[in-house]
Design a protein around this ligand. Structure first.
Ligand SMILES: NC(=O)c1ccc[n+]([C@@H]2O[C@H](COP(=O)([O-])OP(=O)(O)OC[C@H]3O[C@@H](n4cnc5c(N)ncnc54)[C@H](OP(=O)(O)O)[C@@H]3O)[C@@H](O)[C@H]2O)c1
Length: 259
């Protein structure tokens, strides 16, 4: 009898980093559960993956329904070992529009927490498993262009630290992945970016962090050094530098901008 294959569910698998992760994990022999809002995109991705794949449309803004759907998918897949919460949105919002702030909080905060809580409760019953959240280097400081986005990523970072504390002494792992700039639709046509990494590179780094059971991983790793520095800047110096940087940067075409 062969060893049973490991199973992963990716929340937000239809594009960007999530899509690359699905490819990497499927190529590594994992059974993959793909979720996102667009069933069409998920079905398209499913056809490209080499291994056993499940698809389920989940909109994490509707937390009650999303929790039900995630539990359902876990049942259909007859269990899961790893849940990666990758779904996220970003709006540049200099106009301080409430609809954009609200949408960001619904997806990146409420949706994320609902999925993480569901995964943790399942893993507590099973007494094994791993939750991965894709936060961001943006979670370390505020942003005048996207206040809700950076704050939502700070929530994720803090929430995952809390989960690690709660789960200490259990076999359940919580891994916080903090990407820098990764080449996806979120970056659009912005000009002042540096060190942009491909989605394939991001997927490889994230997979390595999961294998090594890291608590926190910057992607690419050198962002850890950059953020060590940024976290320590006094607020007035940080604001001055950020304004200079933002003035040079292009506003993205479709309003899904900085990571
Ligand atoms: N790109 C970067 O430079 C960067 C840097 C740091 C952190 N990140 C973080 O990495 C994650 C992935 O970003 P990305 O750049 O790959 O973005 P992306 O290409 O825009 O992909 C976002 C994913 O989230 C899903 N999603 C959005 N709203 C959703 C909802 N309400 N319910 C379920 N799924 C939803 C999308 O699927 P559907 O549209 O089909 O729903 C899509 O699969 C995000 O959390 C982002 O904040 C990105």
């Amino acid at each position: 009898m062969g060893q049973e294959r490991k199973k992963v569910i990716i929340i937000g698998a239809s594009g960007g980093i999530g899509r690359a992760l699905a490819g990497k994990l499927s190529a590594e022999g994992w059974v993959v559960g793909l979720t996102g809002r667009s069933l069409e995109r998920l079905q398209g991705l499913r056809k490209e993956l080499p291994g056993e794949t499940y698809v389920c449309a989940i909109d994490i803004r509707d937390t009650r329904e999303a929790i039900h759907q995630l539990n359902n998918l876990i049942m259909i897949m007859r269990g899961v070992d790893l849940v990666i919460i990758n779904a996220g949105v970003l709006f540049h919002n200099l106009e301080c529009r409430w609809d954009r702030e609200e949408e960001t909080v619904k997806v990146n905060v409420l949706g994320f927490a609902a999925m993480a809580n569901t995964a943790v409760n399942y893993f507590l019953q099973k007494q094994s498993g791993c939750v991965v959240g894709i936060s961001s280097v943006a979670g370390h400081r505020g942003s005048g262009r996207s206040p809700a986005y950076n704050a939502s990523k700070a929530f994720m970072i803090n929430y995952m630290e809390g989960l690690r504390q709660r789960l200490a002494g259990t076999p359940i792992r919580v891994i916080d992945i903090r990407p820098g700039f990764i080449n996806t639709d979120m970056l659009c046509d912005r000009k002042s970016l540096f060190g942009v990494a491909s989605t394939d590179k991001a997927a490889r780094d994230i997979y390595r962090a999961i294998q090594k059971q890291k608590r926190i991983a910057y992607v690419p790793a050198w962002w850890g050094i950059v953020m060590w520095f940024f976290k320590r800047l006094p607020e007035n110096l940080y604001h001055w530098g950020y304004r200079k940087y933002a003035a040079r940067d292009n506003r993205p075409r479709n309003d899904k901008g900085m990571a």
